[in-house]
Design a protein around this ligand. Structure first.
Ligand code: UD1
Length: 356
């Protein structure tokens, strides 16, 4: 029976797949999922599958961590092996975002002449030192259907000569926020932070190599945090754990293990400000109408900069402090569609498959 093959591997992709898989099933499209195993700790992986009810993957390739070449290379080999030994060639291959798992899926499919469907297409930070920027550009350029979160993506692809198969559908992460934030409230179990939740606090996440692998950046971020009076709650990505244990953490900063999606929804809802270098969290903060300071020099989610709701502050102590003291008071407006992106994607994929 004809099917599409979805490749996921990293935490935010599980969230996106949760809503899209549901919409594909609703539209009668068969799907098989490959988990590359890029993220593997239970708190980075299985907790999301269980919580969000994502259909079990056909296989977990257990690729794990490694340098970019090694990690992507093993993925290429294993995804190709899976497809070549499958009972039937997939009708299309779907990838999300900009991780190494995204790129690996896109390369394998394009070489096997399987159409690539890219969700979150057309984004650019214009910083080619970010591995994600390379992954995005290459994936878009071998894709047949590209689903953009906003008009910016459509226009950017146009500038790169890609106009066919491009659709502005809105953002599937907005669908997820709408679908899950109510359920999250009922399932919140993070007891160790209850005392923080009763007062004002700032939510922080930092995982980009440009911050975590640069001691100077990490120190100047920590210096800014130490000068802020509010408590700061920081769920720590495993890549940071070792380095942070070697640094002196300001008293107002509470480090906790990575949190689940539902837990993150509640923390976002309760906090009064977000510090992050994550792409997804910039958008989620925006949808939750929380101001965000992005600890990077550029963002691919430029629309969130609207009226200062998101501000780029790099890893600069003074810029972080100045922006934290100047939060937006102006009107918020909806961005990235109306929360029906997954349904639109499923409809377009259905038509695409029927026409082949
Ligand atoms: C990856 C993506 C990034 C995305 C992020 C989402 C790439 C290049 N980067 O970054 O775009 O925003 O996922 O969270 O694909 N580790 C663990 N346990 C895990 C996973 C990772 O301990 O389950 C540690 C390992 O030390 C590993 C490091 O984290 O080397 C980095 O993991 P990796 O998957 O390479 O990149 P992320 O930083 O998670």
């Amino acid at each position: 029976m004809s099917y599409i093959l979805t490749i996921v591997g990293a935490r935010p992709q599980f969230v996106k797949a949760a809503v899209v898989s549901k919409a594909l099933a609703k539209n009668g499209i068969n799907e098989r999922i490959i988990h590359t195993g890029q993220h593997y700790d239970p708190k980075m992986s299985s907790i999301f599958w269980d919580e969000l009810g994502i259909p079990a993957p056909s296989v977990n390739l257990e690729v794990g961590s490694g340098n970019h070449g090694a990690q992507t290379g093993i993925m290429l080999q294993k995804i190709e092996d899976y497809i070549l030994s499958a009972d039937e060639k997939p009708a299309a291959l779907m990838v999300y975002g900009d991780t190494n798992s995204t790129l690996a899926g896109a390369i394998v499919a394009s070489k096997l002449h399987i159409p690539v469907l890219h969700i979150e297409a057309g984004l650019r930070s214009f910083n080619r030192e970010m591995p994600e920027e390379i992954n995005r550009i290459l994936t878009d350029h071998v894709s047949e259907l590209m689903f953009c979160s906003s008009q910016f993506g459509v226009e950017q692809l146009g500038k790169e000569g890609i106009t066919k198969g491009v659709h502005n559908v809105g953002d599937v992460m907005y669908d997820a926020v709408l679908a899950f934030s109510k359920i999250a409230e009922k399932k919140f179990q993070l007891e160790d932070v209850t005392s923080l939740l009763s007062g004002e606090f700032i939510l922080a996440t930092i995982h980009r190599p440009s911050n975590t692998d640069n001691k100077e950046h990490l120190n100047s971020i920590l210096e800014a945090f130490s000068k802020i009076t509010s408590p700061i709650l920081w769920p720590v990505h495993p890549r940071n754990k070792q380095r942070l244990s070697e640094l002196s953490i300001p008293e107002n900063v509470t480090l906790i293990d990575p949190v689940s999606y539902f837990e993150m929804m509640i923390l976002l809802k309760q906090c009064n400000l977000v510090f992050t270098d994550s792409g997804g969290l910039q958008k989620e903060a925006y949808w939750m109408q929380k101001p965000c300071l992005t600890l990077r020099e550029e963002t691919e989610w430029i629309e969130t900069l609207h009226e200062g709701w998101n501000q780029l502050v790099g890893a600069d102590t003074q810029r972080i402090l100045d922006s934290a003291a100047n939060l937006p008071t102006s009107a918020w407006k909806p961005l990235y569609g109306t929360g029906v992106a997954a349904e639109q994607i499923a409809g377009i994929v259905k038509e695409f498959l029927a026409a082949r």
